[in-house]
Design a protein around this ligand. Structure first.
Ligand SMILES: [Zn+2]
Length: 120
């Protein structure tokens, strides 16, 4: 499985982290995953989290950078963060695809998984 580029301590992800009031965030921009509050190591040990962000990578490829960002922001305003269709899809993909990123290890339990931000 080819992973995209991972950027640690990303200033853009830090803005998203404050906006989402989250302890740590990952954010996809094009073919890169930007992290704030989590190391590459911490990110990669949660296969649900990796599968979630890989779905955003796929969405970016499907809609293009501008198409993705435009829809994402429009739907955030319309529906709130949790109900953005791209986020709903990514949460579903995480459940479905986590085993692909678990490297044969047991999947983490609910309390070990990266939490979804609960903001609007
Ligand atoms: Zn997401």
């Amino acid at each position: 499985m080819n992973l995209p580029r991972i950027v640690e301590n990303s200033p853009l992800a830090r803005i998203a982290r404050h906006k989402l009031k989250a302890h740590s965030v990952a954010m996809v921009l094009g073919n890169s995953i930007h992290l704030s509050g989590a190391t590459r190591e911490q990110f990669l040990t949660d296969p649900y989290w990796v599968a979630h962000e890989m779905e955003h990578i796929r969405q970016f490829q499907e809609h293009g950078r501008l198409g993705f960002l435009w829809r994402y922001l429009r739907d955030w305003v319309r529906h709130g963060y949790y109900n953005i269709p791209f986020e709903v899809q990514a949460r579903e993909a995480a459940e479905r695809n986590a085993p692909l990123y678990a490297h044969g290890l047991p999947l983490p339990g609910p309390d070990q998984r990266h939490p979804t931000p609960k903001v609007r």
